[in-house]
Design a protein around this ligand. Sequence first.
Ligand SMILES: Cc1ncc(COP(=O)(O)O)c(C=O)c1O
Length: 388
Amino acid sequence: MKYYFDEIIDRHGTNSIKYDKMPVFFGRSDLQPLWVADMDFATPDFILNDLKKRLEHPILGYTLRKDSFYNSYINWAAKRYRWQVDKTWLDFSPGVVGALGISILALTREHDKIIVQPPVYHPFFDIIKGNNRQLVENPLIKQKNGRYRMDFDHLTSVIDDQTKMIIIANPHNPVGRVWQADELQKLGEIAVKNNLIIVSDDIHADFVYTPHQYTPLAGLSKAIAQQTITITSPSKTFNIAGLSTSIVIIPNEKYRLAYQRKLHDMHLFLGNIFGNIAFEAAYNNGEAWLEALLEYLQNNIRFVTDYLKQHIPNIQPVQPEGTFLMWLDFSNTGLTHEQIKDKLINEAKIALNDGLSFGKNGEKHFRMNIASPRKNLEMALKKLEIFQ
Ligand SMILES: Cc1ncc(COP(=O)(O)O)c(C=O)c1O
């Protein structure tokens, strides 16, 4: 392999949230961090080199995004997802969660209802409640084989006149589902029928493992596209989350103008020099690196799955179809959620994301980030043997 994902890079002391903020979240700093969703792999050279080149010029003033910025995503979407995106649909956001917040403020009113599908990425809850909208839960159903699915009957039953929006993650964090075209079609039809806006957070779109395929919801039909706001970024794919640069794709002109107005009212449209450069470099040059990364991650998933099966069958992983996150079920340990959590932190000394932060149905589950050199995972799994 041309790329070296086995390299262990010390990130302590780099102001990394994953490494340097553990005392705040876990009460101690001596844990192995497998929580926050960024990767322990070096950002690829074709991005770092473009950033270094820009630093050869000594002035870092205001910057603009040229057509080439948006074209890099349009070409990537056509090649990787077979999705034809029109340039007029695109705009910017200084972050995916930020774009969720702007969309909520632009397109719903206070006390409107917004639906989420827990267990789900916890900032979805915060951004809805923090902006004084009503949070409505449409929990995913965990099937016998551990695979989650959407509950369309329940979804239809919770929609009323006050319900204006649903936020989904595709692929889904933390359960690793890559929503299939038929599932998205069903969801899209419900949204069209009830005039719901679907905000699809597709930040993990590039992490999909064969035979699964990422389907952009807005690519399914014109009617569904008109109800959909897609938000994405190369930040997870190329490990550049610290550059806070993402885009929104809004085919519906009315929604797009409302989004743009809010973005401008809050003066959040500028972006930053390095984010723009990294975004373009990633989408223009990233395919070969991404293919190698996906192979490495797939082997990591296999490694963790086999290890747990052989040595710690009490911990049952949900097989991820996408993302670099593994959703681990500790129910068979016979311990309470709090006991599991305490053992993870104070005995195994591993920092995983608490399943309950993703919703009530995350009880006895914890999320492990497997985008780390295999040696790190091996070390973590050995420590997890206390749950045997
Ligand atoms: C589903 C999902 N959306 C958004 C984000 C964060 O995006 P941003 O940092 O651009 O706000 C994450 C990060 O873990 C995520 O998993």
